[in-house]
Design a protein. Structure first.
Length: 124
């Protein structure tokens, strides 16, 4: 009979520890998740003039793909000429502002190699 009491006490002790620690770990996880949420969100606009710039140009080599002219795109970006740059501008005029840098891949003739080569230069 004594052995059963010992096991019962150990089991109750374990249950109490779990009951105390579980809410603490859940609370910590929730707080961590809240601090990791992005501060800003970008909404796509049908008019590229309405989009607010969320990234600031930190270098003269950078180019805002929602505002740059075809000439500026062709001059600052590697691997495209005036025709591909014009295609980017026409895509933007037809479908609205880009809401992510990766969306430039939707422009016909623009591929992953172009994006990787120019990623540091592209801003919204």
């Amino acid at each position: 009979m004594m052995e059963w009491n010992k096991y019962i006490k150990q089991g109750l002790g374990t249950v109490l520890m779990v009951a105390i620690l579980c809410p603490l770990s859940v609370s910590a996880a929730v707080k961590k998740a809240e601090t990791e949420k992005p501060v800003t969100s970008i909404m796509q606009s049908q008019n590229s003039d309405e989009i607010k710039s969320t990234n600031h140009l930190t270098s003269p080599d950078q180019v805002n793909i929602n505002q740059a002219s075809a000439e500026e795109l062709a001059r600052k970006l590697s691997g495209i000429g005036k025709q591909k740059a014009q295609a980017i501008v026409e895509y933007r005029e037809k479908f609205g502002a880009f809401n992510a840098i990766e969306n430039i891949l939707e422009v016909q003739g623009i591929g992953p190699a172009f994006l990787e080569k120019n990623r540091e230069k592209l801003v919204l």
